[in-house]
Design a protein around this ligand. Structure first.
Ligand code: CA
Length: 658
């Protein structure tokens, strides 16, 4: 084990030092090139240098004099398998710790990182909500965001990092309806979560612009993906353009969460395997690669140097790129110790940086190879994790709109199916409370409340699937009512608020439940829907406003959970009242009531609370609209709720504070 943070190429104008942790290697050589591949103009072999081993640390190193910035390099490593010392391989590979590469990440590049900073980068700061529970996240893919002409983005930047830097974009470039970052500013989100943007393998960076992939197949973890840049050949360009994207989002007041996939890689023919054979990947007893991820090639976070790599990698992104949060793919593949250590490390930068992930693995039953269930960052082990390591709450997701079973045909609460009321109640309390059952989470900061994400059907398509419709582009009032019901639960629940991009305009993938390689037709954002579904957009916007002015919804402590009271209701109706006992109580609405009626009949609900009820209420959300406006007054505690609709009520005597 080597705990130094200087592995890789350490650049100065005078010299560059190369360090490789390779304890089983017989020899390590660094090879220099003028370009990132042999096919480019100016390609030239610039010679090589032997590295020397420090036997105490297992680190090979060499110092090369002169200014090596923009020189491409690889290592030739001859090394024995960690499992079988008679198995020796020789591979020419990029640097495990590359910060820059040429096209397709085949060769690393010595980089003067300071030269990649856009103008004003020294003033760029993290954009973070005061508290993790205040976060409202919108999940997007770099290409989905702007590849459609409807985005109004210039042709050269469509689908690229730089699309995020274009301001004043409008629908079809017609000058009236804002799109892209301007749209997000109006929507009121606090973060975008961006699908993989590290260097991944499934898109040929030298190939056609028509290629599409989500990118959950990492190659170089500490390098931006080249296909989203204007020039994937020059190692500096992708770094500069990703920084420009982050800077533009920060200027818009939006934080950037990076989707990281440390749990598996594109293949095992990698720099990791070439440097220390059979060390970085979990292996089955019969010598095959472990596949708990369901994507093959599982990495081994429990091994010291991969643990160190992960911790240093998130640290690097948070400091060099000012990344504001990390979403861990299949976090259940990682060990608890690593996730807690990551959290501690990020706390030294800023405690508000978000960390959350998928608290499960890709295959079930869980692959027995690798780590024991009791050591894995699974939902069942939430209590062993820092409460600021969050988890996607698939319990509330499935309660709201039904599970992914039967290709998504399974029904849920919003479709009027019975048996989901208790799970909705538990989810509204972020599954933290023993009072409502279904508790797995230690605190609202540990729960990501959502109804859909990039995986599986979008919320709109799920409604179509359950209802047996293919009217993806339609505006059927029943389906829109179901969607609104889902949104009310999402926005009035404890926990971190999360939506997929365009959930608020009935985002559709036309029934495709796994669009990772399905191309633009299924994946891209059709910005015309902002106009077509403007009523739904306004509804989401209004709910986000309600959430943002009422601290109990975003309480990171258990205070507001414990001041909530579920009323006795008929099946299909869920109603709770909540007192405002937060520090802001005197400046905000007092008690509120949230009622959802998923049945096809008008229902009468008798409001209850653990204390005296207000004598009258102001409605701020009903089946039609939501926001900070007074939509009417309700006297007394008996409330009538129309079929398939919701009500959010505020203590009338405190309404003016909102
Ligand atoms: Ca790539």
């Amino acid at each position: 084990r080597y705990n130094g943070t200087d592995l890789g190429a350490t650049y100065t104008k005078e010299a560059t030092t190369f360090k490789v942790w390779a304890p089983t290697a017989k020899s390590v050589k660094v090879n220099f090139y003028a370009t990132g591949s042999d096919k480019e103009e100016g390609a030239k072999d610039l010679g090589s240098k032997e590295l020397t081993l420090d036997e105490k640390t297992g680190v090979y190193s060499v110092k090369a004099d002169g200014d090596l910035a923009n020189t491409y390099y690889t290592y030739t490593v001859t090394a024995a398998s960690i499992a079988d010392s008679t198995k020796v391989t020789t591979k020419e590979i990029p640097d495990v710790y590359s910060v820059a590469t040429g096209v397709n990440g085949k060769r690393s590049m010595v980089c003067d990182l300071s030269s990649t900073n856009p103008e004003g980068w020294d003033q760029d700061k993290h954009v973070l909500t005061d508290d993790i529970a205040d976060a409202s996240i919108w999940e997007i893919h770099v290409k989905d965001f702007s590849y459609s002409k409807s985005s109004g983005v210039s042709a050269k930047n469509r689908g690229k990092y730089l699309a995020f830097t274009e301001l004043g974009t409008t629908l079809n470039n017609l000058g009236s309806i804002p799109t892209c970052v301007d749209y997000l500013k109006e929507l009121g989100i606090s973060y975008v979560q961006i699908n993989p943007m590290y260097d991944f393998g499934s898109v040929d960076e030298a190939g056609s612009d028509a290629q599409f992939n989500w990118g959950y197949d990492p190659v170089n973890y500490n390098v931006p993906e080249g296909s989203y840049s204007s020039n994937p050949y020059d190692g500096n360009v992708r770094i500069n353009e990703m920084k420009q994207m982050i800077q533009a989002l920060h200027k818009a007041g939006i934080g950037v969460i990076m989707d990281v996939v440390y749990n598996h890689m594109y293949n095992t023919n990698t720099s990791f395997q070439g440097t220390v054979p059979d060390y970085y990947y979990r292996m089955n007893a019969n010598g095959t690669w472990s596949n708990a991820s369901g994507c093959g090639n599982d990495t081994a976070s429990e091994r010291a140097m991969y643990h160190n790599f992960m911790v240093q990698s998130v640290n690097y992104w948070a400091t060099e790129y000012h990344i504001d949060g990390f979403r861990f793919d299949l976090m259940g593949c990682h060990d608890i110790t690593t996730m807690n250590k990551l959290r501690d490390e990020l706390d030294t930068i800023d405690k508000r940086i978000l960390t959350y992930g998928e608290p499960w693995t890709g295959t079930w039953p869980r692959d027995p190879n690798g780590i024991a269930n009791s050591s894995a960052a699974l939902m069942d082990n939430a209590s062993k994790l820092n409460p600021r390591v969050g988890m996607f709450n698939d319990k509330v997701r499935d309660a709201i709109r039904g599970s992914n079973d039967n290709y998504g045909a399974a029904s849920g609460y919003i479709m009027g199916a019975s048996g989901f009321d208790a799970a909705v109640k538990a989810g509204e309390m972020a599954n933290t409370s023993t009072m409502w059952g279904g508790n797995w989470s230690k605190a609202p900061t540990q729960t990501v409340t959502y109804s859909c994400c990039h995986d599986n059907l979008t919320l709109w398509d799920k409604i179509m699937k359950v209802c047996g419709s293919s009217d993806y582009d339609g505006t059927n009032s029943t389906y829109l009512a179901m969607n609104k019901l889902a949104s009310v639960i999402e926005f009035t629940s404890q926990g971190v608020n999360f939506t997929i991009a365009g959930e608020e305009f009935a985002r559709t993938k036309y029934g495709e439940d796994n669009s990772y390689n399905k191309g633009d037709s299924k994946n891209l954002i059709d910005w015309n829907r902002v106009s077509k579904y403007s009523d739904l957009v306004s509804y989401y916007k209004g709910l986000r406003e309600i959430r943002s002015v009422y601290s109990p919804f975003t309480d990171s402590s258990m205070t507001s959970v414990n001041s909530s009271y579920f009323c006795s209701t008929p099946s299909g109706v869920v109603a709770y009242t909540m007192q405002n006992k937060t520090a802001n109580a005197n400046k905000e609405w007092g008690m509120i009531a949230v009622i959802t009626n998923a049945t096809t009949n008008t229902q009468t609900v008798k409001l209850q609370a653990g204390t005296t009820l207000p004598s009258s209420w102001v409605t701020v959300a009903n089946g039609n609209s939501a926001g900070l406006k007074n939509l009417g007054t309700v006297n007394g505690s008996t409330v009538s709720v129309p079929a398939r609709s919701s009500l959010i009520l505020v203590d009338a005597s405190t309404f003016d504070r909102g």
